[in-house]
Design a protein around this ligand. Sequence first.
Ligand code: HAM
Length: 427
Amino acid sequence: MSKSHYQAPRGTRDILPSEAGTWRWVLNSFADLAKRFGYGQVISPMFEDAGVFLRLGENTEVVSKEMFTFQDKDPKTPQDLALRPELTASICRAFAQHRPITPWKVWYEGPQFRYEKPQAGRFRQFVQVGAEIIGENDPASDVEIISLAWRFYETIGLKHISLLLNSLGDVETRELYNQELLSYLSKNAKGLSEESRDTLAKNPLRVLDSKRKEDLQIIAGAPTIQEFLTDDDKEHFESVRDGLKLLGIPFTVSPRLVRGLDYYTRTTFEFIADKLETAQNAVGGGGRYDGLVEELGGPPTQGIGFALGVDRILLACEAEKLELKNEMPLDAFVVDLTGGSHASQITDELRANGLGADRCFGSRSIKAQMKVADRSGALYAIIVGDDELEKNEVTLRDLRGDGSQEHVPRSDLVKALTASIKERYPQ
Ligand code: HAM
């Protein structure tokens, strides 16, 4: 077969049916959990006025280098639009626009777009799930947000996740710290890598994120923001730590943890998958952003949230050799040796009763149909041949277990299949 010369664009990929069932299961697990925590879903546009995202910080790479921007086609309203690189800014824009009752607890899922250099676990289109609480300052809300993410990793079975925690203080604290850091790093600039010297000029905090060998020693000697926190910041941070301990969520305070986006204040955190390489081991992150809603035209409003990278979570599952569930495994495959009309009726009846069912098209031999049934992953084959028709029954064959089979009256099929699945394949 010759390959099409069209390929998915660089940094993007197709998730095919063999993988998509697992994706749906992961996304549904997050949706279920978020609902259990009392969050409502927001579905916002994939693109916004580019100005919305400029508020993320013009010196962050996400904004300065990685935005997919384009012009509105309407000559009367020339406007720069951008594909969303993340969803927190969109959620804050939506909050400022609709002014819902606070605390506004929301969750979301969907693709984000960043023009990054593609590599393992780093894509130009990637999927996030996330949650935000807008309009709440209680440290208990920080604890709830972090626990939602933590419980999600637990739900899907990941065991090797570390939570790194830091506090960046309020806007003034950060400003003070930034100046101190700038002066320290400038004094040591000669020893820094060329990339970090470049970053230093734009955004000293980001230098702390460098993993380059020549930078590490200088970073280790840098002042930490902890020394600059106000009493209020310290109290808030302590309550968050106590709250996490109360829920039995382990964490490490990481005083040099900085995030790639500029809007963070106070609590910041990152989830690291210990089994992945450093370049793509951040499987989620978030924090407080107490000034962002106001920057987007709303009233002064606090907020906290997180986003988790689903592409990377699946890589982490692979690295931990987890057997992930499928959103909806096929319950039965109907093998009809009498022409096909029974396959139509039986699949229709099973589907109407909430069961997953499939069949072959065209008339094929039993061998060919059984091969497709096996490949489909179905738990059972339901075989209808002349013998079965005569006796008004069907043959139910277990495909995933011991291969045993039984004859079932045609009118009892749904009941018998349901009972058999419950007994042999309990969830
Ligand atoms: P972020 O750290 O930029 O934060 O992204 C969150 C997660 O998205 C990362 O930890 C990673 O798992 C995933 N991710 C980011 N970029 C890529 C990429 N190019 N390819 C694959 N996965 C990627 C935010 O987006 C904030 N909005 C989080 C937040 C919510 N803060 C407060 N509320």
